[in-house]
Design a protein around this ligand. Structure first.
Ligand SMILES: [Zn+2]
Length: 160
């Protein structure tokens, strides 16, 4: 299973073999690609503190079994976490100069390679936007870039 954030105990769970997979099967190696994955999960923690995760959970429950609608809402949650990861990188670079040449491309490649459409194609399925829960490669790259450029969480409102 891929990395995930658990709102109940407020912890990020990550099997390090995911990084090997990212490097081998998704051609997205590199320390900053890994940092982006972690920052995305911490982004979910921020959403938890903001009350976004519980609101989304309630909305999903009120829709009963409509998975298309639920997936569309989940995509917004995921893209916001991507944007927050970008905001983190913006400020970490400002403060500590963490970004090296090629790092941003590294993260964008990781974001693209774990986009739902890419994963669906890889698994031999047709691309089906209704089944997206993380957003397309293009969307993930766009929102990550938006956070990176602006360093401003207010630019990360994927729900509007
Ligand atoms: Zn996520």
């Amino acid at each position: 299973m891929g990395p995930f954030y658990c709102p109940a105990d407020q912890k990020v769970y990550l099997d390090q073999s995911f990084f090997e997979e990212l490097a081998k099967n998704h051609s997205a190696p590199g320390d900053f690609a890994q940092a982006y994955v972690l920052a995305h999960e911490v982004g979910h923690h921020i959403q938890n503190l903001q009350g976004t995760l519980s609101k989304v959970q309630k909305a999903k429950q009120s829709w009963g079994g409509s998975s298309t609608k639920a997936n569309a809402l989940q995509v917004r949650v995921e893209l916001q976490a991507d944007c927050y990861a970008g905001v983190w990188a913006h400020h970490a670079h400002k403060k500590f100069g963490i970004l090296e040449r090629g790092d941003v491309e590294e993260a964008l490649r990781a974001a693209a390679s774990i986009g739902d459409d890419t994963l669906q194609k890889k698994s031999g399925r047709h691309v089906n936007p209704d089944g997206f829960t993380h957003g397309s490669a293009k969307q993930r790259m766009e929102w990550l870039r938006r956070g990176l450029k602006s360093g401003d969480m207010r630019q990360c409102n994927t729900f509007q």
